[in-house]
Design a protein around this ligand. Structure first.
Ligand code: ACO
Length: 323
């Protein structure tokens, strides 16, 4: 059977780093409060000329270089983002243009922080359905542009960045020893819409709006939702926490990450954590973390890697991939 195999990875971050200390001058907060409640020590903030599309294109070029491929080899550009450069056209089409591609097709997906898991699952279906041989799956965000910088309960949590993978159709045996995506489990429940949302949009207010969140409510649901989908991924593949080489979670909050790993019996040495460096970069956080851990030699070819995310909607999902 055809599998969607990771052939390359890449990442891009804005030039400017913003530390917790710097935030102390923006809102009434402290480095100690932020580190203790979230594990975040710094985040990257996009400057002039740095946008979701520019960061996404930079990550895409890095992933293509890592794969030893060129834009000519790509059939589909799929971008997970909630902070597009424009309402339309899709940021994916802009990235396609920036890569000099006039062939293939490109579109965006919007599932907030779960966007990258949704996009990987979608790319897998396009590949296995024969609609694409190679897909650039990109998570790119500039959440700094939708933050209310007067609201200390949200502005300390998020950052900007982009990450990308190249997925390629390769023949597998249909067993869990195959490289590539082995299973994906997606969920959403729109009754939680008001707990994490942006209070604007083209069809409601005609404005961009700002991120609003009931942090405690999100926290309350996060661990249960995350562990449910991960357990579904284990059950579908006959694997257990012991078979995992790495858990690469969405990087929202250190306490959610640790709580989920503990509930699942996954030792913290097997968990890739970058929230301290990047903050919460929404759909970009998983591909950024993957790129960090693959570049520093932690994630190796053949490793069994679980991706998971939970975010606005609520949406949540898990995906098991053999690297
Ligand atoms: N600095 C200092 N104090 C603060 C700050 C801040 N930045 N923010 C809030 N506080 C204060 C509050 O006002 C409150 O003060 P009070 O007791 O006098 O009223 C106190 O700290 C405690 O506030 P809580 O909201 O109860 O703090 P909590 O321990 O729940 O931590 C947090 C807040 C970090 C937001 C937590 O709820 C959380 O992590 N939630 C999940 C959020 C998340 O991960 N969202 C993203 C997931 S989805 C996505 O990625 C889009």
């Amino acid at each position: 059977m055809i599998r969607s195999v990771v052939r390359g990875h890449g990442a891009a971050l804005p030039k400017r780093v913003m530390t917790n200390k710097e935030l102390e001058g923006v809102v009434e907060t402290s480095d100690e409060w932020i580190v203790q409640r979230t594990g975040i020590r710094q985040r990257y903030i996009a400057g002039e000329g740095e946008t979701t599309a520019s960061l996404g294109a930079q990550a895409a070029r890095a992933a293509l270089d890592n794969a030893g491929l060129t834009p000519d080899d790509i059939d589909l550009v799929l971008v997970a983002t909630s902070t597009p450069d424009n309402t339309f056209p899709a940021t994916a089409v802009d990235i396609q243009r920036r890569l000099g591609m006039t062939h293939g097709y490109a579109f965006d997906m919007q599932a907030v922080c779960s966007g990258f898991v949704y996009a990987m699952a979608t790319a897998d279906l396009y590949i296995r359905g024969g609609m694409a041989k190679r897909v650039l799956v990109i998570g790119a965000e500039t959440f700094s542009r939708i933050l209310d910088w007067k609201d200390r309960t949200t502005c300390v949590l998020f950052g900007d960045g982009a990450g990308a993978l190249v997925l390629e159709a390769q023949e597998g045996k249909g067993t869990i020893s195959d490289r590539g995506i082995l299973t994906a489990h997606l969920r959403s429940d729109g009754t939680h819409k008001d707990k994490l949302y942006v209070d604007g949009g083209p069809s409601s207010t005609g404005t961009v709006g700002h991120l609003r969140m009931e942090g405690r409510e999100v926290f309350k649901h996060a661990v249960g939702m995350i562990t449910d989908v991960i357990e579904a991924a284990f059950a579908a593949t006959g694997t257990t926490a012991e078979d995992l080489d790495w858990l690469v979670p969405h990087q929202a909050n250190r306490r959610i990450i640790d709580g989920s790993a503990k509930k699942l019996g996954i030792p913290l040495e097997k968990v890739v954590v970058t929230v301290d460096l990047h903050g919460n970069t929404s759909a970009a956080s998983i591909p950024l973390a993957l790129s960090v851990a693959a570049s520093d030699g932690r994630i190796k070819k053949g490793d069994l890697v679980m991706l998971e995310a939970m975010g606005g909607g609520f949406t949540w999902g898990a995906l098991l991939v053999r690297w």
